[in-house]
Design a protein around this ligand. Structure first.
Ligand SMILES: [Fe+2]
Length: 243
């Protein structure tokens, strides 16, 4: 399975805080059947000042640690980019990381605040698409505006945004409101992929199987496989090309 949204690098955001925690997460991912992961540290100016360059540097160090620990997880890195005006100058300086490609466009994992959808988000999406960048909205089912009214997602769907649902949301681990929203997104055929959004072993572990089972029940196993294998594999193919 392919996990394109998870926090596995040590000490770079609110994911694992040290090497032991990070290796434990990677081991857990492998035990859960995750073969390939693109770790996506927060890129949130003012809070987590990560850039494509700083993330790649830490990735290289962590890949050596994975090898030394004999953990067979194929790991690459991108980022979970908070929606903000700073994205524009960061793009100009090549500081924004990408998850891969979809229909010849670079895929950007875009994070909305949990509380609401900021005014002007549609304008930023228009700007990105003009730059040949396809936004993938991170866990829309956990956004309060969307949970109240699914129509709030339509401006993003209409513009061709991809949607990443968190596997645990679909499985019900974030409560019934979140699960109902995730189920509605899936039944509308709006969901592109599932990912773990793993941060730690206790509350948010790197697991995709519970989400797979939930999608298989809602739709069917082919649709579930597409969300955890076929689509994430195709999107991240370039990142894993040199294996
Ligand atoms: Fe995340």
């Amino acid at each position: 399975m392919y996990d394109l949204h998870c926090h596995l690098l040590p000490g770079i955001d609110d994911g694992p805080q040290n090497l032991d925690e990070a290796l434990a997460l990677a081991r857990h991912a492998v035990a859960n059947g995750i073969t390939h992961a693109v770790t996506t540290p927060h890129v949130h100016p003012g809070r987590y000042n990560n850039t494509h360059q700083s993330i790649q540097k830490l990735l290289k160090q962590f890949q050596v640690m994975l090898q030394e620990a004999a953990i067979p997880l194929k790991l690459r890195a991108a980022g979970e980019v908070r929606i903000s005006p700073e994205i524009i100058p960061m793009l100009q300086q090549n500081q924004i990381p990408f998850l891969g490609t979809y229909e010849n466009q670079s895929v950007l994992l875009l994070e909305l605040p949990h509380s609401h959808i900021p005014p002007g988000s549609d304008k930023l999406v228009d700007f990105l698409i003009k730059q040949n960048i396809r936004p993938m909205i991170a866990h829309p089912e956990r956004n309060k505006d969307v949970m109240r009214n699914l129509k709030k997602l339509e401006p993003f769907i209409d513009r061709g945004c991809l949607m990443q649902l968190t596997a645990a949301s679909v499985a019900g681990d974030f409560g019934s409101s979140c699960q109902d929203t995730a189920s509605a997104i899936i039944q509308n055929h709006w969901a592109t992929i599932l990912a773990s959004d793993a941060h730690n072993l206790s509350h948010r572990p790197p697991e995709l199987k519970p989400g797979f089972n939930a999608v298989a029940k809602l739709l069917n196993t082919d649709a579930a496989s597409a969300m955890i294998i076929d689509r994430p594999k195709a999107i991240s193919a370039e990142l894993f090309a040199h294996d």
